[in-house]
Design a protein around this ligand. Structure first.
Ligand code: C5P
Length: 400
């Protein structure tokens, strides 16, 4: 994408440099526009060095690139696919909400037809003021996105809300806003299960597996990016992605309960979790001591979450499962599709340690029509987007 990064005058402006670096590293072209106050906190040299692109000042005589100064705001407004204002002060928010254009950034915000994203940062009193909240509501009504600030100790010494959202979350929000929406999934509610489950033996020991949850998390991000409202039911320790409602669970039973409570309100399920198939029959309340002679565990089956949700589904709900097999994977997956009454199964070949924790992966989709061409090998984030596109195409053509 071609991104204009507007930087206004707050101490959090130094974090915009990190965002500029991150977005450039992700392959975007980033041009920074500083307001007069922004330029007191961070220099154009820092930003041009990080982005390899020109940086612009508040007024026509301050920039470093002068193709046609008289219409510069229009050229920049046209160049951008997305304008992100990070950090956004109460002042620029107020100006943009009311159509005021007094410098390069406010003028190009008025002129652009690109998407606009705001990451406000300010003192708690200012953030909570009805004028600021009303101005942000107005910007949202224009279709702009807002990444709300977090809470913490602010530069002014106060503690409260108003701290710039973390740079990784802002980059996630930019990615989500910049991805074209898919009509068959936009606004749809999707449950995604991800990660391992943990079945406790006693207060210190647990039965689990090698899944990290990375693929499920990438799927959650990809569904979010194309416009779905994602509920991620997540086992394991990986951080939850921005813009996704995450429910953390431990055991298969907890995962089932979290899914069941939400299933009626959802359009689809993607079961990417590596659910433990067995659990100790009675977890011990105390740490189990070393015994003498051979020791054995008595295990019982955990609920099959995917099979249970699939069995209770309405005709308008769709269900996609995963299969991680080390042999005869297509045959096993076909059997799974039939037994669990699934619309599709995505098959992982886990032979030789593939899939779990790996950076790149290949998935072979199976439907009632049989196997489809494999998707990948691709890094997991790109693979997730390719899978979501494949699935949305099928939903559009009503092939489920
Ligand atoms: O039967 P199998 O465990 O191989 O099926 C794998 C698929 O079923 C995956 O989509 C997995 O998330 C789901 N599953 C489940 N609950 C279980 C076992 C598997 O949802 N107890």
């Amino acid at each position: 994408m071609q991104i204009i990064l507007g930087i206004t005058g707050g101490i959090a402006a130094y974090k915009a440099a990190d965002l500029a670096r991150l977005l450039t590293h992700q392959g975007h072209r980033v041009r920074c526009v500083l307001t007069e106050a922004g330029a007191r906190f961070i220099t154009p040299l820092t930003l041009t060095s990080l982005t390899g692109e020109p940086c612009y000042g508040a007024n026509p005589d301050q920039g470093e690139w002068r193709a046609n100064p008289s219409v510069e705001h229009i050229e920049l407004a046209r160049w951008a696919d997305l304008v992100a204002v990070v950090p956004a002060t109460a002042n620029i928010i107020g100006k943009a909400a009311n159509g005021l254009a007094s410098d390069l950034l406010s003028t190009l915000l008025l002129a652009t037809r690109a998407q606009v994203l705001w990451a406000p940062a300010m003192n708690t009193g200012m953030w909570e003021h009805p004028a600021v909240q009303a101005n942000l509501a107005r910007l949202r009504s224009f279709g702009h996105a807002v990444v709300d600030p977090g809470e913490g100790v602010l530069a002014c010494g106060e503690e409260g809300s108003g701290k710039l959202a973390d740079v990784l979350s802002i980059a996630e929000a930019i990615r989500a806003q910049g991805t074209p929406k898919l009509s068959s999934l936009s606004g749809r509610r999707v449950i995604i299960t991800a990660g391992p489950t943990r079945e406790d033996l006693d207060p210190v020991r647990t039965l689990t597996n090698r899944s990290t949850g990375a693929m499920g998390i990438e799927l959650a991000r990809a569904f979010r990016d194309v416009g779905a409202r994602v509920q991620l039911v997540l086992g394991g320790d990986l951080p939850s992605p921005w813009g996704v409602e995450t429910l953390r669970v431990r055991s298969a039973q907890q995962m089932l309960e979290a899914c069941e409570a939400r299933w009626a309100g959802c359009d689809g399920l993607v079961a990417a979790a590596a659910v433990a198939d067995q659990r100790p029959e009675v977890p011990s309340a105390q740490k189990i001591k070393k015994g003498e002679g051979t020791e054995s565990l008595h295990l019982v089956r955990t609920p099959d979450i995917l099979a249970q949700l699939s069995a209770s589904r309405r005709t308008d709900q769709w269900v996609v499962g995963f299969a991680a097999e080390s042999e005869n994977h297509l045959d096993h997956a076909m059997a799974k599709l039939r037994n669990k009454r699934l619309d599709a199964v995505l098959v992982n070949d886990v032979q030789g340690g593939q899939a779990f924790g790996a950076q790149a992966n290949t998935l072979t989709p199976i439907t009632a029509q049989g196997p489809h061409p494999p998707i990948g090998p691709l890094p997991k984030d790109q693979l997730a987007l390719a899978v979501v596109r494949w699935w949305s195409q099928r939903l559009e053509n009503r092939l489920t």
